[in-house]
Design a protein around this ligand. Structure first.
Ligand code: SF4
Length: 390
């Protein structure tokens, strides 16, 4: 049934909360119907999501139905090395085996519904999931590398005031396969353009350490030899500073890089722009970072978004230099992509240069990251935000 027929004919402003709720349910239902059009309700309930099964579980299902167990390894390679989206793509399996898989498992992937390309080649992609959730990921081309920026949640609970995702609120965590699919999608696009995907950053929508298990399961598939086989050293997880999560990463002995979105080393300023700081103030964050450095022997990166007249003064640079004396770190200064609903502005070049010069005078390693994709909605959450408003 088309959506309009479910709704009374009213002006937009006349809709009640119930109308809007019905509208949302209707949209989710239409998406599910489209995605599972070849399945009965009974089948959807009974079938297993093949990508939430281990290879051992797939082998068990195969053998209990008289299929050969060794097929599980072939299936596994199609799923996690090649990132296929349909059982029919498993070309070294017989038609009978593919039909068997179709009868017993569901292989569900998002649909590429949005694509925005910037003049600098940065390309933002939107994958719409069966429940209607829109997941954003970005291809960021460099001189000799291509980076995938991926999301870990739909929306975010943390409401950083400079971030478009923060204004969206939180919908749900992403599943490991939904995170994996973003990497595969960006990788394919990079390869189509003649660039191998070299780096992955978890800097899209959401706080990865609030979806710890699913993010680490996805990273396992991305880095495993029987997965995409990417080096963990090419992968960076960025957190807003979830202290328990940082300690857990240290205890788990992770080999990928850690970035902390610091954005201010002044508690009062950080409280204002990142409410998460009220739960985990800078001294607690510093202790967790020290713990991580001691346990892993690695040097984290601080991400520092320069916001005009908020955190870009010489006093702010001094506080940052002081904070950095506690551990070996490097700093990425990031130019701000202005977003529609945030009250912040891009910091002038003169402020940025003075800020960087001061840090360098204190022997701190600083990189300035030029803003990419300014002519598209490349900041995380902007695409989903626009999509929700339209
Ligand atoms: S910056 Fe990151 S942690 Fe903060 S609201 Fe945006 S997505 Fe969430």
């Amino acid at each position: 049934m088309p959506r309009e027929t479910l709704l009374p004919k009213k002006e937009k402003s006349d809709f009640t909360a119930e109308d809007l709720w019905r509208q949302d349910i209707s949209r989710i239902f239409e998406n599910w119907k489209k995605h599972f059009k070849d399945y009965s309700i009974q089948q959807i309930v009974e079938k297993l999501n093949i990508r939430s099964c281990s290879m051992q579980q797939i082998a068990e299902v195969l053998t209990t139905h008289g299929e050969k167990a060794f097929r599980a390894k072939q299936i596994w390679q199609w799923l996690w090395q090649k990132g296929i989206t349909n059982f029919n793509e498993m070309s070294n399996l017989s038609l009978k085996t593919r039909q068997f898989l179709d009868e017993h498992f569901i292989l569900q992937t998002g649909e590429l519904t949005h694509k925005q390309e910037s003049e600098d080649g940065t390309t933002k992609l939107g994958l719409t999931q069966p429940d209607g959730a829109l997941i954003e990921c970005v291809l960021i081309p460099g001189r000799d590398k291509a980076t995938a920026c991926v999301s870990s949640q739909v929306g975010c609970k943390l409401r950083c005031s400079f971030c478009a995702t923060g204004g969206l609120g939180f919908t749900r965590d992403l599943q490991p396969e939904e995170i994996f699919d973003q990497v595969v999608t960006v990788k394919r696009l990079a390869e189509e353009r003649g660039m191998p995907l070299t780096n992955i950053v978890f800097m899209g929508m959401g706080e990865p350490l609030l979806n710890y298990d699913n993010v680490l399961a996805a990273i396992d598939r991305i880095t495993a030899e029987d997965g995409l086989g990417m080096s963990p050293y090419r992968l960076t997880l960025s957190t807003s500073g979830i202290v328990e999560g940082i300690r857990r990463l240290a205890d788990d002995g992770v080999r990928f890089n850690l970035a902390v979105s610091l954005h201010s080393a002044v508690n009062a300023t950080r409280d204002r722009i990142m409410p998460v700081n009220r739960a985990y103030p800078l001294p607690q964050l510093a202790e967790a970072i020290k713990y991580f450095v001691d346990k892993t022997g690695t040097r984290p990166t601080f991400e520092y978004l320069l916001l005009r007249d908020v955190n870009d003064s010489l006093e702010d640079a001094k506080a940052l230099a002081q904070f950095c004396r506690q551990f070996p770190v490097k700093i990425n200064i990031i130019e701000y992509n202005e977003v529609d609903n945030a009250p912040y502005r891009h910091s002038p070049d003169t402020h940025r240069d003075a800020f960087v010069r001061f840090l360098e005078s204190k022997n701190i390693v600083v990189n300035v990251r030029r803003s990419k994709g300014r002519d598209i909605d490349a900041a995380c959450g902007q695409l989903a935000n626009k999509n929700r408003r339209s």
